[in-house]
Design a protein around this ligand. Structure first.
Ligand SMILES: [Cu+2]
Length: 121
């Protein structure tokens, strides 16, 4: 009888440890790593999503779906050419910080009208 109880306890302990290991393995999936490249859509005179977050060293790629637009950092640190429908513009961010930007034609500094923000961390 005593042996059975200890065997049961040992079995329960193994199962408990196994579930702990499983929980540990599953955990990283809940916080998915940030993609190295994030895409921002330019359509309807807006940047979508309006705010994106990339890791240091990450790249943001703007894809223009219609019309003529530009991507210009409020602080002038980056600026695209005039983008026509189907054109793309990429910028890699090597320093953490907040980078507000706007469309030269349809927006302005400070998040006015056609504008967005890149957060690098
Ligand atoms: Cu625009």
């Amino acid at each position: 009888m005593k042996k059975t109880v200890s065997m049961f306890l040992a079995g329960a302990l193994v199962m408990l440890m196994a579930s702990m290991v499983t929980a540990r393995v599953k955990k990283p999936a809940a916080t998915a790593p940030r993609a190295a490249t994030v895409t921002v859509k330019i359509s309807n005179f807006a940047f979508t999503p309006k705010s994106v977050t990339v890791a240091v060293g990450g790249t943001v790629e703007w894809v223009n779906e219609a019309g003529r637009h530009m991507v210009e950092a409020d602080d002038g640190s980056f600026k695209s050419e005039t983008l026509k429908a189907g054109d793309k513009f990429s910028q890699t961010f090597s320093k953490a910080g907040k980078y507000p930007y706007h469309c030269t034609f349809h927006g302005d500094k400070g998040g006015k009208d056609m504008a967005g923000t890149v957060v690098v961390k």
